[in-house]
Structures are given as C-alpha cells and as structure tokens.
Ligand binder design. Structure first.
Ligand code: G6P
Length: 624
C-alpha cells in the first residue's frame, strides 16, 4: 500500500511529484504529502493533507519557490488514523522520509529513542524510522558539522545510517530519504516492498511502482529486496545491506503512457472493462498453438521442466486473483487430471501446507507485490517446491522470484477493482491447463480447445455491445437490500467474483454462492428485498441450477438470469433475463464475468460511489 515518488531534475518538481502520486493513488488515498528542497539553502518545505492527492495539489497552488527536488507520498493508513500529522513525509532533523510497509518493532525503537529524550508528534511507525536514521546519522558524525564534510563523506554518512538503521528495524518496507544539505541526492531502502528507480542525463526518478516513472522513462531498475540505493542526476548506485556495491540490470517497459489515462471514459474501471477483448488477445497472442508448433511460452525449457512429473498443483492468491485460480482448478482437473488445491495466501502461509516431491505451486497476482502472495511464494521456494507465477506487472517481485513467470498482458490496471487483469488471468490459465493436459496426454482434442479459446476476444466484443443493458440493470439493483450471485461449476468462482465487484465499489451487501449450497444457510436471507443473479450457461449442471432457482423463487427473491439466447426453460423462470453468446464450457467464465462487472459499475454509479477509489481499499496490498 502507499505510493512513493521521488524526483531530482529541472522540471517543475511539485508537478512531477503530484503527477506521480496521481498515477499511484490506487495504492492508498487517505492522506498525501510532499517535501520540497529549494535550490537555495532555505529550509525544506513540507505540505501534507488529509484526503486525496487532489487536496494536496490544491494546497500546493499557493506554494512558490524554485525547487531542486522532492519526495512525495500517498498513504493507506496502518499505524495512526489518517491525519495531517500522521501523513508522510516525516521529518527528523535533516532527514525527510516517506515509507511503505510496516516496521514491526517500531514501539521498541520508539521507547529507546524516547529514553534518549526524543519526542514524537505522530502515531506512525514511519516517524520512528525517520528519527532512528537521523539519530544514527548524527552519532556517526561524532561531533563534526555535516555541512563541513566533503560530498563523498556526506553520502557515506547517510548510507552508513541507512545500513545500521535497517539492521535495527524488523518488517517488510521501502523507504525514500532526502537529507537537507545534500541537494541533488536521494537515498532509499528496499526491504520487501517495491521500489523502482530510473535516470536520465538531467534527472532522477524514484517510485514505488513503475506507473510513477512511466511517462518519463521506459528503462528502469526494479530493486530487489535487501537493496540500499544512493541516487543523483544520471547516476544510481546500488548496495546490499552490508553496503557492498551491486549491479541491478535495467528492464525495458513497453507500457505506453496513454494506457494510464482515462481516454474519454468516466472511470478507469469502465475503460479497463472495455479493454478486455484487446488485452485477452494480447495475452494469448503468440502463445496458442499453430498447426506446426505447440503452445509457445517465453521460456519453453523452463516451462517443460516445471510441469514434468507434476502430481499436484497448489494455487495461492488473494482477492480477484484468488477467484481466477479457483476457476483454473476446474480447467486443470478436467483437462490435465491433476489434483488442485486453491488457497488464500493469508491462510496458506500460516498453515504448514503439505507438498509432495512433484508438487507445483502457482501464484496468481496482478501487481506481483501482494504481501501475502509474495510470502506464500517464498515459503514454497524455501521448501524447494517448483513454482510459477501468473503476474501482470513486469519486473514485480513475484514475477522475478517465481521459477517461471507466465505474464498476463493486461497493461496497467488503475481501477482498484480488478477487471481486465482477471480476464487475462483466466485466459492464460486456460491455455496453460490445455498445454499441461497435452503434455500429460489427458486431453486428446487440445487443438479444438485452443481454437475455441482464440475466439474469446471476438465473443467479448459481442458481449460488450450490450453494455448499456448491463449498466442499466446494475443501476436498477439499487432497490435491493441483498444481492446474491449464484452458479455451479465454473460459474461458482464467477459468482464469487461478481459479488466481490458489487461489494467493492457499491458497498451493497452481495454474496457469491455455489447454487447448490444456498439451502445450507443463505437461503435464510431471501425475501422480496433480495435479488439473485443466477449464472446458468446451459452446461452439464444447468438443470441443477434451475432447481436452485426455484428455491429462490419460492421465497420471493427477484431473479435476474444470465444465460444463452436459446434457453427457454431458464428464461421463463427469471424476472429479468440477460442473454449472452453461446460458447464452449471453458469460455463461459470470461464471458459471464463481464455483465457482472458492468452491473457492479452501474450500481456504484447510481449510488454515487467513488468507483476507481473505493473506501478503505487499495489496489496493491503490500502489508500483511
Ligand atoms: C487488492 C485489490 C484486489 C486484488 C487483490 C490481489 O485487494 O483491491 O483488486 O484482487 O488485492 O491483488 P494482486 O495484485 O495480487 O492480484
């Protein structure tokens, strides 16, 4: 959570920082702040505000001055309520610091510093970190005046303080540090939370995500964990935690900056829903088999090695990515005949999972930085289990650390509620399951399945032609107290995802349920104030779903059916019916989720909710 931006260079510093924060606002948005260092020897200026980045932007309008550099932050509160005093940057003597993550032993350090007479103004762990660094840095000076030091001595003073500071601090975090009297320089630590750095001949850019840097440069360094850096214009030095220099290769990012603009849509979420046909096509492009060639993955040798002898597959993920994994269980079990378990990352990592010698662990993540998913991956790697990732953000921790990464090509997803990333996860997991089944000889007609999968972008286009109907239907849900989304088989995880979308952005009570499980509890919720969205794509469990529909109807629930055009037995039982194109079994998750996304959007809009930035949520959850 929390977005970090740093800049040194000739452009208008506050504009660069605010632009970066706006692009990172999906990481957290309960308060924001900047620290700006003037070219003159005047004091560093701090501005902090409760609320959105736009509030900070307004507050900065009255600020005049010629600034050389700055650091900035948008916060998702962990320690301390959202308030101006708890907002970052935090100042301690010469040290200005912004932070993402959690300092687990901050109380202990705080008490130690308090015993030395240090006073604190906020409740944050961040302020403690700032004082710790400043305290160490000051002691290292051993009475010398910082201003009287040579430039290399000043840099080394800061680097040493970061080295000792990180030894004292426990937790997963990233910090960005600016030191008064050291114009042109920024420092930072990557200790388990992401940091990206890039430079041009006249500037230096730092961010917690690549989106912060994207409009300015496309070549970036993704800092691995346990890295300290010292940066200045056109120069970056990277060190390990013992301050031994290390090289970090540069990665080229081909995400075009226009992908991070709304492009005429009211919200990023809506734009991203409409991008689904093209990003699914991008994700499958060059990977599906042709007559001469089998499936093509980026590193075929690693891919073959990963799946050789697999006898159990264990998926781990959070949120929407978890529902993509849950859907993939059906693909892998049906086609590849591999037993599949799917776990929430926050459960998996603490429950001592059992691995066989040929277990494969697959983690699914849009951001590639979700703390629990990353920890689950590391747990599997520590156990020497083979791992793979299905990850969207290039250069992210999960994509780098997994043995094999199958990258989805959704491009930047800015809306907090995940949509296009989900569709690309389903597409790639479906292709992967087909290929694993092909290798294991358990799916004879894999070519047909692959051909069918290639039709998804076209079918998605077709579904989207009905977008107005879905949006209006969503708006009409306003009158219900409870919304149930139900389905069986592949429609079960999709019902969970549909209900999640409704909850996330409209704050209406919604529950996804396996249709056959309704009578074991949630049926008690049903009365005339309940709407049930029934997903029923005329598959082999369709008749069973119809019986469950009757149970809802008998209790006065309002039924919206989602099914194919020609399914009279279903259509006539529904109060309202939305027809979708007929498609093979495995394609239905990708098609049926789209009306649900649009209905959630329509409802949230009707209720006046902040769709791209729902309350209390953050897109990338980098705390446990
Ligand atoms: C957060 C987001 C969700 C996302 C989940 C997992 O909760 O709000 O939209 O599905 O994290 O994120 P990941 O980046 O690992 O897919």
């Amino acid at each position: 959570m929390c977005g970090i931006v740093g800049y040194v260079g000739p452009k208008n510093v506050s504009e660069v920082l605010i632009g970066g924060l706006e692009r990172l606002e999906y990481r957290g948005y309960d308060s924001a702040g900047v620290a700006l260092m003037p070219h003159s020897k005047e004091d560093v200026l701090i501005k902090r505000c409760v609320g959105r980045v736009s509030a900070l932007k307004d507050a900065l309008k009255s600020v005049t001055g010629d600034f050389a550099q700055g650091i900035a932050h948008t916060r998702w509160a962990t320690h301390g309520v959202p308030s101006e005093v708890n907002a970052h940057p935090h100042k301690a003597g010469r040290t200005f610091l912004v932070h993402n993550g959690i300092i687990e032993n901050y109380l202990e350090i705080k008490e130690e510093l308090q015993r030395q007479g240090q006073e604190f103004e906020s409740q944050t762990d961040t302020e403690v970190f700032a004082h710790l660094i400043e305290n160490i840095r000051y002691k290292l000076l051993a009475g010398r005046d910082f201003e009287s030091l040579s430039l290399p001595e000043k840099i080394s003073n800061v680097l040493e303080s970061l080295k000792i500071g990180t030894q004292k601090v426990e937790g997963h975090y990233a910090i960005l540090v600016m030191v008064a009297g050291l114009e042109g320089h920024l420092f930072g630590v990557q200790a388990g939370a992401p940091l990206v750095a890039g430079k041009l001949t006249d500037s230096l850019y730092i961010g917690s995500d690549l989106q912060a840097l994207l409009p300015h440069l496309s070549d970036m360094h993704f800092l691995p964990a346990k890295t300290i850096f010292a940066g200045q214009i056109n120069h970056l030095d990277f060190y390990d935690f013992d301050l031994k220099k290390k090289e970090i290769p540069m990665s080229r990012i081909d995400w075009s900056p226009d992908k991070i603009a709304k492009g005429g849509f009211d919200h990023f979420m809506l734009k991203e829903i409409f991008e689904q046909p093209s990003v699914v096509a991008d994700t499958l492009s060059g990977r599906l088999p042709t007559e001469e060639l089998g499936f093509l993955w980026d590193d075929l040798e690693k891919h073959k090695d990963l799946w050789k002898n697999v006898d159990r597959l264990h998926f781990v993920a959070c949120g929407t990515a978890y529902y993509a994994a849950l859907t993939a269980k059906y693909f892998f079990e049906k086609w590849a005949r591999i037993p599949v378990e799917v776990d929430l990352a926050s459960e998996f990592r603490y429950r001592n999972p059992v691995f066989t010698q040929n277990t494969v662990v697959g983690v699914v993540s849009q951001s590639g930085e979700t703390a629990d998913t990353l920890a689950a991956l590391r747990l599997a790697l520590d156990e020497k289990v083979k791992t793979f990732a299905v990850c969207n953000v290039p250069g992210s921790s999960i994509s780098r650390e997994a043995n094999v990464n199958y990258q989805t090509k959704a491009g930047p997803e800015i809306g907090v509620a995940s949509t296009k990333a989900f569709s690309t996860q389903l597409a790639i997991l479906s292709a992967l399951a087909q290929d694993v089944a092909r290798m294991r000889g358990t799916l004879v007609n894999w070519q047909n399945e692959a051909e069918s999968l290639a039709r998804v972008p076209l079918l998605l286009e077709q579904v989207l032609t009905q977008s107005k109907t879905y949006l209006d239907m969503g708006a009409s849900l306003e009158r219900f107290k409870t919304i149930l989304v139900v389905g069986r088989g592949l429609m079960y995880p999709i019902s969970l995802e549909g209900a999640l979308k409704i909850k996330e952005i409209s704050y209406r009570h919604a529950e996804g349920y396996a249709a056959g499980e309704l009578k074991h509890g949630p049926i008690a919720l049903i009365d005339s104030s309940t709407c049930a969205i029934v997903l029923n794509p005329k598959d082999d469990v369709s008749a069973k779903t119809l019986s469950n529909l009757q149970e809802i109807k008998a209790r006065s629930g309002w039924i919206i059916g989602l099914g194919v055009e020609k399914h009279d037995a279903f259509r006539k039982e529904c109060n309202e019916y939305l027809a979708l194109p007929e498609a093979d079994w495995a394609l239905s998750p990708m098609l049926y989720v789209v009306p649900l996304q649009l209905m959630a959007y329509g409802l949230a809009k009707q209720l006046g909710c902040d769709i791209d930035k729902p309350r209390n949520l953050a897109k990338s959850v980098t705390v446990e």
